[in-house]
Design a protein around this ligand. Structure first.
Ligand code: PLP
Length: 376
């Protein structure tokens, strides 16, 4: 009775692992800031509702918000509101992009390990997902040959994600140029998922924006303003892309949520201080969790340059899933690396969007678990 499309995708099994946890848990499993949205943005949400922003709005988003978003990125290109589509999170942005771009049989390159949406979104759109590997020894940066080897006449698009979930890897200008050159040579669309755009530690944001014509840039209010539950994202792309993607968007969600858009405009105008504050805290926590993981024999962490995830390799010869299950049973939620693709098999993802105290306690427990398995 159900479509092949839905039968060909599966919900992730991570929930089942989390269900093993009992009582008070330390949550290093979730992909979201442990902050609430900035106070002025919370005030603006109720103000927007009181002022009457409770009706359907323009399908592509309020012109004022679209203009402000175009302005936010003016350093990277001459964008106007016509280059901006406001979506229901980065999630809808990527889905609508796929549905407006992919014909049956078109191949889409995506990172492995990589964020959980790319493969199912490609399948739902009727395309063929082709993964390209990311390796810890290359700081989880894609390698030219690994991409080139996978390109065929059917390759339509490449998805890139920097800063990266789950690895924390960040592409530098050279990596970006390498991918843009490949896309140019093979006439590919680049879908650049940059929802961690501003969550970067060692440099200013490095972006694909302004570096390629056939670019669909995806970002979101979720991480930058700790608004994950408010579900607001956006695309920046050439006008004709916005027109076509906007059709799918219209027939899927009609329009973004009006009071949230009202509040998002306040976030853009007033709340960059808040992102900076979160990034400073994340950086301290990153340094802390890195130093603690580094001292655990059998665990090899990398120092992530962006986002808020550690993705250490486990070098002891025990299935990582057993380690994760035991760690979760002892009250520390974390995610097995293979939830992000089979190249994540030997890794565990820890989200360090948690207090320093929780990180310390969690790493103590994790070290005990590893020690027990090493001795077994
Ligand atoms: C890499 C990446 N892309 C997209 C998303 C989706 O974000 P949103 O909340 O904007 O839908 C996430 C959320 O975890 C993510 O990590």
């Amino acid at each position: 009775m159900f479509s092949d499309r839905v039968k060909n995708i599966e919900l992730s099994g991570i929930r089942k692992i989390f269900d093993l946890a009992q009582g008070d848990v330390i949550n290093l499993g979730l992909g979201e800031p442990d902050f609430h949205p900035p106070p002025e943005v919370i005030d603006a949400l109720s103000e927007g509702a009181k002022k009457g922003y409770n009706k359907y709005g323009p399908s592509k988003g309020f012109p004022s918000l679209r203009k402000a978003l175009a302005q936010k990125y003016s350093q990277w290109g001459d964008f106007t509101e016509n280059n901006v589509l406001v979506t229901v999170g980065g999630t809808e942005a990527i889905m609508a992009t796929m549905l407006s771009l992919i014909n049956p049989g078109d191949e889409v390159l995506y990172p492995n390990p990589g964020f959980v949406l790319y493969k199912p979104h490609t399948i739902i759109a009727g395309g063929k997902p082709i993964d390209y590997p990311l390796y810890q020894e290359h700081d989880f940066v894609p390698q030219q040959d690994d991409i080139l080897e996978r390109i065929t006449p059917k390759t339509k698009a490449i998805i890139v994600n920097s800063p990266n979930n789950p690895t924390g890897g960040v592409l530098d200008d050279r990596d970006i140029k390498m991918i843009v050159d490949i896309a140019e040579d093979h006439d590919l669309v680049i879908i650049s998922d940059e929802v961690y755009f501003n969550i970067i530690y060692e440099s200013e944001p490095k972006t694909f924006l302004g570096k390629y014509d056939k670019l669909i840039f995806v970002n979101s209010f979720s991480k930058e303003y700790a608004m994950t539950g408010w579900r607001l994202g956006y695309i920046i792309a050439p006008e004709e892309y916005i027109e076509q993607i906007g059709k799918i968007h219209y027939y899927t969600v009609a329009c973004p949520q009006s009071p949230i858009e009202y509040a998002a405009l306040v976030a853009l105008e007033k709340s960059s201080y808040y992102t900076k504050m979160m990034v400073e805290k994340f950086k301290k926590r990153r340094d802390l969790i890195y130093s603690l993981l580094k001292d655990i024999p059998g665990v090899v962490p990398n120092l992530p340059k962006g986002a808020f995830y550690m993705f250490p390799k486990i070098t002891i010869d025990i299935p990582v899933m057993d380690i994760v299950k035991e760690t979760v049973k002892r009250g520390v939620l974390c995610t097995p690396g293979n939830a992000f693709g089979d190249n994540g098999e030997k890794h565990i993802r820890f989200s360090y969007a948690a207090s320093e105290e929780d990180i310390r306690k969690a790493m103590e427990i994790f070290a005990e678990v590893i020690e027990r398995f090493r001795k077994a």
